[in-house]
Design a protein. Structure first.
Length: 281
């Protein structure tokens, strides 16, 4: 039977050396839709210049792509390997321009860098230097992710996509709330009751930590979630990893922990977090 759902445009932005990853990105999104769209009432629409742009005169090619594909995008997935792409009038490449414009608009951007092997004879040193320069510029502005193989990218992006849909404010409807309507402040007891089992466990451990801090670091093959002298993800298999990551991000989105130095790696317990933790049994 038919059902109503809200459609979110997910733009895939990358230079031309990542054809496999672009394909995988679409497959992961389609898989998410097949499993979740009816219950979540959300449809994720993968978009890109090759499928969602059409011929038009009167502007630069990048400017037209920005208008036709980038502007309607709710989420952007940026992927880099050895090439930055073709320079534009304003940025080192079209892909970089798309990412910078999307971030400047305050929208969700998920950025990945490939570390998979490549024949050195096929690498353009100037292009690769631009990729590394952009990677360094991004490190101080958020949390990136690296991957080693196409399958590694598939696994990571699939997990990250689930986390974002479950926790990011864009999917909660907050972004579409009329400006004249103030959001209702969620009571501490209501927050405590809404937390997942994993989120509750993490919050209790953070309260026991000497500095009331928790660190979260992703790397090839897994992630570390450390607090109270423990790695809470040690021994956790990939199938259970998502629940713990969702729990951690739930604490962040509820304002129970806050980023210490804006790197997305070290978080500190907030006053609100202490209050909610005191209500947990």
């Amino acid at each position: 039977m038919s059902y109503e759902a809200k459609v979110y445009n997910v733009m895939i932005a990358s230079p031309g050396d990542l054809e496999e990853e672009r394909k995988v990105c679409r497959e992961v999104i389609y898989d998410w839709n097949a499993v979740n769209s009816e219950t979540k009432k959300i449809v994720l629409m993968p978009t890109g210049w090759e499928t969602h742009s059409s011929p038009e005169m009167g502007g630069t090619a990048q400017g037209i792509i920005n208008d036709q594909v980038l502007s309607p995008s709710d989420v952007l997935v940026g992927i880099f390997w050895t090439r930055a792409g073709t320079p534009t009038a304003e940025h080192e490449s079209g892909t970089i321009e798309e990412i910078e414009r999307h971030i400047a608009a305050g929208r969700l951007a998920m950025i990945y860098f490939s570390d998979r092997e490549v024949r050195l004879s096929t690498v353009n040193p100037e292009q690769y230097a631009k990729v590394n320069a952009f990677r360094e510029s991004c490190k101080s502005r958020g949390l990136l992710n690296n991957f080693e193989t196409v399958n590694d990218f598939r696994e990571k992006f699939s997990r990250h996509l689930q986390i974002k849909v479950n926790t990011h404010k864009i999917f909660s409807g907050l972004n579409s709330m009329p400006e004249s309507v103030l959001p209702e402040i969620e009571a501490p007891l209501s927050i405590a009751q809404s937390l997942t089992r994993e989120a509750r466990f993490i919050l209790k451990e953070v309260c026991l930590d000497e500095f009331e801090q928790v660190s979260y670091v992703c790397y090839f093959g897994g992630a570390d979630l450390e607090t109270n002298n423990k790695n809470l993800l040690e021994g956790i298999d990939s199938s259970a990893m998502t629940k713990w990551e969702v729990g951690f991000h739930q604490l962040e989105t509820k304002g129970l922990i806050s980023d210490v130095v804006s790197t997305g790696e070290v978080f500190k317990l907030t006053t609100k977090g202490r209050e909610v933790a005191s209500l947990l049994k």
